[in-house]
Design a protein around this ligand. Structure first.
Ligand code: FAD
Length: 495
């Protein structure tokens, strides 16, 4: 039986472990933390529980398919609730708009604020659908297992279909006329990392899942997702060890031989799965290894300009903030410009996660709000940055008031997370949580290969150049990884 060692129990590694174990591989996961789940975090304060890390999930069918491939029914493991009206957006002028995956409900709302948008909405959906599938086709072609394929596949025609010379702003204005709606859609498409007029039109493809695919809420808390995958993995015979840090990958003749746990224990393996971020952040796991340099080109040159400022607010009451709420900047262009100039935005767009809206019974003391705004990644460690943190917290809380949410008196527990904390907790480049910046087509779509060119048996779990929904991509990557290994094992039974 072929032995697979997986370094890290994030979504990608857990997914791959399930499919490989189902196929008869002997799979072991080594996780350095106390718990599985990677970025999925639950922080228990005295009276408040904050769910941090991934909170917004799309395409439940993908998660379901993993359970199906393992011959199981997801309903026996996870309770997912579909949120048709998934994101409630408030504008400073008192308007609000609810992003929905139901086209007719979107049209009804648009009729009130953007009659042109309402009329064009079906055409708009058809066009972003086309873009989405073109992009996916390209991205599947580019989800290469080998860099050399890049130059071999006929990608030029595909790229040309993606309106490479049109801006996102221009594209959206063909369908909509309300400035707030245009800005909102643009921000969802490019994550506020660029001005809409300098964003390529193909970014509109990213709106397709947000406007059409199911968005789901995980009952019992976000950590239920990795816990359910862990349960399934164990049922299929995967061994999972926590608090086991892998310190070295052993190679022989450019082939994986095994791994080393801590200082003293070596384990033989035919395959090793690791995140490329882990490789990049370690001088010792694999020394003198060219793949590191190849990946570095993608991951380091593609790093984000944005980090996040996170405020955890435990209240002594419930607000009427919905599960996913966005308080939208009154001037997105200025917001983006300020951040790109290295400043904290004066009137930032604030994302708020409030799971107590969905499940008050889990949050007995009151709302446990996670607020996030984008900030620049520069000067992470400077004194001026640290000094700005306290004043920015006050600024944000006073900004909330402008949208009708006066919370100051109700805050009983709180914590600020800076870019530095994010970098340390999530191992993310400069504290950016969205992964690499997607300014270029390559950074947006070319996924790092899942398989090392140079080292036989070495596979990668990180997919952070992909945009936008990270956990969806992590699941896809886990499936892709497992499939590649299964195929390779069939083709080369002696490896
Ligand atoms: C703050 C934040 C918010 C996010 N919000 C969303 C969201 O709303 N929606 C969404 O879809 N996605 C979101 N994402 C992205 C999502 O979390 C990731 O895409 C996904 O969880 C990545 O899974 P992974 O398996 O690739 O890696 P990870 O979750 O990073 O897992 C890697 C694991 O490897 C372990 N490890 C590392 N080195 C070693 C070693 N040497 N030995 C042993 N173990 C090791 C780590 O401890 C970790 O558990 C967010 C990410 C962050 C950071």
């Amino acid at each position: 039986m072929k032995k697979v060692s997986i370094i890290g129990a994030g979504l990608s590694g857990l997914t791959a472990s399930i499919l490989l174990a189902k196929e008869g591989f002997e799979v072991t996961i080594y996780e350095k933390s106390k718990k599985v789940g990677g970025n999925f975090t639950a922080l228990q304060f005295e009276d408040h529980l904050f769910e941090f890390g991934p909170t917004f999930f799309t395409i439940p069918e993908l998660l379901e398919s993993i359970f199906l491939m393992a011959g199981k029914n997801i309903e026996n493991y996870l309770d997912l609730e579909i949120l048709t009206h998934h994101t409630h957006v408030y504008f400073e002028n008192g308007d609000n708009f609810c992003l929905s995956t139901n086209a007719e409900e979107m049209i009804e709302q648009l009729k009130k604020v953007d009659s042109t948008g309402a009329e064009n909405y079906h055409d708009f959906l058809a066009e972003i659908k086309r873009l989405y599938f073109e992009v996916n086709e390209l991205s599947m072609n580019l989800q290469i297992t080998n860099w050399s394929k890049l130059v071999k596949i006929p990608i030029r025609n595909l790229i040309l279909k993606l309106r490479p010379f049109q801006s996102l702003d221009h594209f959206l204005r063909k369908y909509f006329e309300n400035e707030q709606i245009i800005q909102l859609l643009a921000k969802y498409a490019n994550r506020g990392e660029m001005l809409a007029r300098s964003t390529p039109a193909f970014f509109a493809a990213f709106l397709y899942p947000i406007l059409t695919a199911d968005v789901f809420y995980v009952k019992g808390g976000t950590r239920e997702v990795p816990c359910a995958l862990k349960k399934l993995a164990i049922e299929l015979g995967v061994k999972i060890y926590t608090e086991k840090e892998i310190t070295k990958i052993h190679l022989k003749n450019n082939q994986v031989e095994g791994i080393q746990i801590n200082e003293n224990l070596s384990i033989e393996s035919d395959y090793v799965l690791i995140s490329s971020a882990q490789l990049l952040n370690s001088d010792t796991l694999l020394s003198d290894f060219t793949v590191v340099n190849e990946r570095e080109k993608f991951i380091v040159t593609g790093e984000s300009n944005l980090s996040q400022f996170v405020l955890l607010l435990g209240l002594d009451r419930y607000t009427n903030l919905k599960t996913h709420t966005v308080l939208f900047s009154s001037d997105v262009e200025r917001e983006v410009e300020q951040i790109l100039n290295g400043e904290f935005a004066e009137n930032p767009t604030i994302y708020i996660y409030n799971p107590a809206f969905q499940e008050p019974e889990r949050f007995k003391s009151g709302d446990c709000l996670v607020l996030m705004v984008s900030i620049p990644t520069n000067d992470l460690y400077s004194t001026s940055y640290r000094a700005s943190i306290a004043s920015y917290r006050h600024h944000l809380v006073s900004e909330l008031k402008k949208y009708g949410f006066d919370l100051e008196e109700s805050i009983v527990e709180e914590k600020v997370w800076t870019s530095k904390d994010l970098k340390n907790r999530f191992n993310s480049a400069k504290g950016g949580i969205h992964g690499a910046i997607s300014k270029t087509f390559a950074a947006a779509y070319i996924r790092p290969p899942v398989k090392s060119d140079e080292i036989k048996g070495l596979y990668f779990t990180l997919v952070d150049t992909s945009h936008p929904a990270g956990s969806t991509e992590a699941l896809k990557n886990g499936i892709h990884l497992a499939t590649s290994i299964i195929e390779e094992a069939r083709e080369n039974p002696l490896i």
